[in-house]
Structures are given as C-alpha cells and as structure tokens.
Design a protein around this ligand. Structure first.
Ligand code: SF4
Length: 308
C-alpha cells in the first residue's frame, strides 16, 4: 500500500510538507474579476450552481489591494498559529479574465510577497489565450504557478444542464498548453450532479486519470441559496446523497484514482450561511474523520484499483 504520511491518499498537505517542510496555508484573494459566463460573452446566468460571489465566498474584499488582502489573510491565520508560508489563491470568478496589464499587476503583487510560495489561479479553460499563457509561464519561472480549471464533468448533457459554456476539447487544449509551460494543473470536479449516475462520475475520473494533470478537487454538489440550482431543487427536488453514501462513493473514487494525482479537496467548501443542501456537509471535520475511518476499515488506499 502506498502511504502519504498518516493518510491513505495523496493529499495536498502531504505534498506541501515534503517540499516546504511545514504546513502551507491558503490566502483566498479577490482580484475583482467577472466571468465570461456571466457578462454575456459566453452566457449571462453563469454556471447553475455558482453563487453571487462567483464561487469565491471566502475571498477577501475586492476593495482592498492584493497586498492588503494578503496582509489581512496573514494576520487572521497567524492569530491562531505561527505560519510562514502561503499560497496566494485567486478564487472568485474567472481569474484570467481581465486585460493582460491588470493580470500582470495583480499576480506580480502576489508573487512579490516573500512568504507567498505558490500562486494559485482558478479560471476557465476558455480564458487562457496566448498572452495569458505567456504571462503565466513567466510567473512560473519566479514561483510555482497552479492553474485550477473548473471541469466538473466530462458529460456533455450535464455540462449543458449546468451551463458550463465550453466543450471538452477546450479543456484538453488548455491542459496541453499549460503543461507545455510546466504549470501545475488542478481540476475541479463536482460529484452527484443531477442526472449523473455513479458510472458517469467514474467515467469523469477515469478520463482525468489519463490526463496530464497534477491535482484534483472532488467536490460534492452544494446547493447554495439564491442560485438557479436552488430554484431547480425547490421546484423538483433531485436526490442528494447522505453522508454514508457519499463516503462509500468517495472510497470508490480514491481507490480508482491515479496515485500520482494529488487530492486537493474531498468534500464541499461552500459557506454554511448559503448552504441549502446537503446540510450534513457543513461539518467538514466529521466528514473527513468518517472517511478516514472508512478507508481504514475497508483497507482502501489511493490507486488500489488503478491499473494505469
Ligand atoms: S465559470 Fe466559475 S465564476 Fe463563472 S459562472 Fe461558472 S463557476 Fe461561476
């Protein structure tokens, strides 16, 4: 069995401790972007599950500069424990969707902070033009750059239902372009999207197992207040898993996942105040402890059933 410290899966914490010899904390930043899936370029309503803050509910206020947001993030984290290393995480909306000069200014401000070890940028694969790639490649030579792409699913019908707004080949090109620059690619997936069977979710995972990606987020679908998804859910409630079902399915995912791929997330990460369902996910610690117990009981580890 592979071992990644205490865990039975290849966790982000494990990787970071190997490289930086201490825990590295994320500071979630808001660069004041919007999204082509909201401003009419690709769509107007955004992805069906996306909250008003552009899935950046924990990001700092956009009225503050990036340096100010980083200083604030450091202060908050340091109040609880001594911290020396950070990931500057641009989370809200689409973080490569702005004029190049603006992106350069925002990202440079982040990487110039000596305690920031990694620049992490969440974006869409259709917002990585040549000029943006060139900038990211340049920054990656200063400090490691991670790009997080919101794929959610490989299935075209589901992608249409969630209004993702791009086709799979766009994602494939983005991964290829980023990897040609040596940039770390993390893929965001959503489990238990309406209409998806477990077989379909496993197909997404199998597909990603064979892509040149370095990290994955497995996020349980969160139905957040004031989203179009919440309206659909109220009008026609669709099944959402209970914790037991989710844990069992995560066990299957972990067992089939390529052990080279680092797991960045295994639960949801929505704000409790906006969560409509499933409410049990708000207790993240309980979910993770139950998962760890389950993996041990069932003798599951990442890649146990991955055969290349
Ligand atoms: S691409 Fe991201 S920011 Fe844009 S609507 Fe979808 S989830 Fe929200």
């Amino acid at each position: 069995m592979n071992r990644w410290g205490e865990k039975r899966y290849h966790s982000l914490d494990y990787d970071l401790k190997q490289i930086y010899h201490e825990k590295v904390y994320k500071i979630t930043l808001n660069g004041g972007m919007t999204c082509p899936n909201r401003d009419g370029t690709v769509g107007t309503g955004g992805c069906i599950f996306c909250s008003a803050s552009g899935s950046g509910d924990f990001a700092g206020p956009k009225t503050l500069s990036i340096s100010e947001q980083i200083a604030r993030g450091k202060q908050e984290l340091n109040g609880k424990r001594p911290v020396h290393s950070y990931i500057a995480y641009f989370q809200a909306f689409t973080n490569t969707y702005a004029p190049l000069s603006r992106l350069e200014q925002l990202f440079t401000e982040a990487v110039q902070d000596e305690d920031v070890k990694i620049l992490s940028v969440a974006t869409r694969p259709d917002c990585l033009g040549d000029d943006v790639l060139e900038l990211l490649g340049r920054l990656n030579r200063i400090k490691p750059v991670w790009i997080e792409l919101g794929l959610q699913t490989i299935h075209a019908d589901t992608a249409k239902f969630i209004r993702r707004g791009y086709e799979l080949p766009v994602f494939e090109k983005a991964v290829k372009d980023l990897r040609a620059l040596g940039i770390t690619v993390i893929v965001h997936t959503i489990l238990f999207l309406p209409g998806e069977t477990k077989e379909m979710m496993m197909e997404t995972l199998d597909y990603l197992n064979h892509m040149d990606i370095q990290g994955i987020k497995l996020q349980l679908l969160h139905i957040l207040k004031d989203t179009d998804l919440a309206e659909v859910y109220e009008a026609h409630p669709f099944p959402v898993p209970d914790m037991d079902e989710y844990i069992r399915f995560l066990g299957t995912c972990i067992s089939h996942l390529n052990p080279q791929i680092t797991i960045h997330r295994l639960t949801g990460d929505g704000p409790g105040s906006l969560l409509t369902a499933p409410l049990w996910t708000s207790n993240k610690r309980t979910v993770l402890n139950t998962l760890h117990r389950y993996l041990k009981e069932q003798d599951i580890w990442q890649g146990k059933e991955y055969y290349g």
